[in-house]
Design a binder for this molecule. Structure first.
Ligand code: HEM
Length: 116
């Protein structure tokens, strides 16, 4: 069970890497736009995160306050990606929406690692 949990954490980190990596490629190329890969990464991080939020394959119980904060941040990223993709189709993606997604993805990774 513990190994299985570690594998889900591994997949969860891959989800983060796909989300943030896809965002970073656009930012580094000075393209203010959202791509499908960002949604894919968010979906992987979200599904695996919810699986990890259940108390299995670990001693003690998860920190539900920390997980609640992560869930809210994930939902905000999802809303920004949804609203931003709609705006992008009609014209231009507002830079604030684009930058917020990168910052919030990093924030959630930071919460996971630093909040102990
Ligand atoms: C954009 C969304 C998210 C990102 C970027 C993200 C990022 C990360 C990263 C980088 C780790 C590995 C850190 C470590 O092993 O200490 C991690 C662990 C974890 N994440 Fe997430 N996460 C996200 C969403 C969520 C959500 C929505 C949940 C659950 C509600 C969640 C639950 C967990 C759990 C339980 C762990 C295992 C380690 C721990 O307890 O901190 N994550 N996350």
């Amino acid at each position: 069970m513990e190994i299985l949990r570690h594998i889900v954490v591994y997949l969860h980190i891959i989800g983060f890497a796909v989300l943030f990596g896809a965002w970073l490629v656009e930012a580094a190329s000075r393209r203010v736009r959202f791509t499908r890969l960002m949604n894919v990464g968010l979906a992987i991080a979200g599904v695996t995160g919810l699986v990890l939020a259940a108390p299995w394959g670990m001693d003690g119980s998860p920190d539900y306050i920390k997980l609640g904060v992560k869930l809210v941040v994930l939902l905000v990223i999802g809303a920004l990606l949804g609203i931003g993709t709609g705006r992008q189709r009609k014209g231009q993606l507002p830079p604030a929406l684009f930058w917020s997604v990168g910052v919030l993805a990093l924030l959630n990774a930071g919460i996971a690692v630093i909040w102990r």
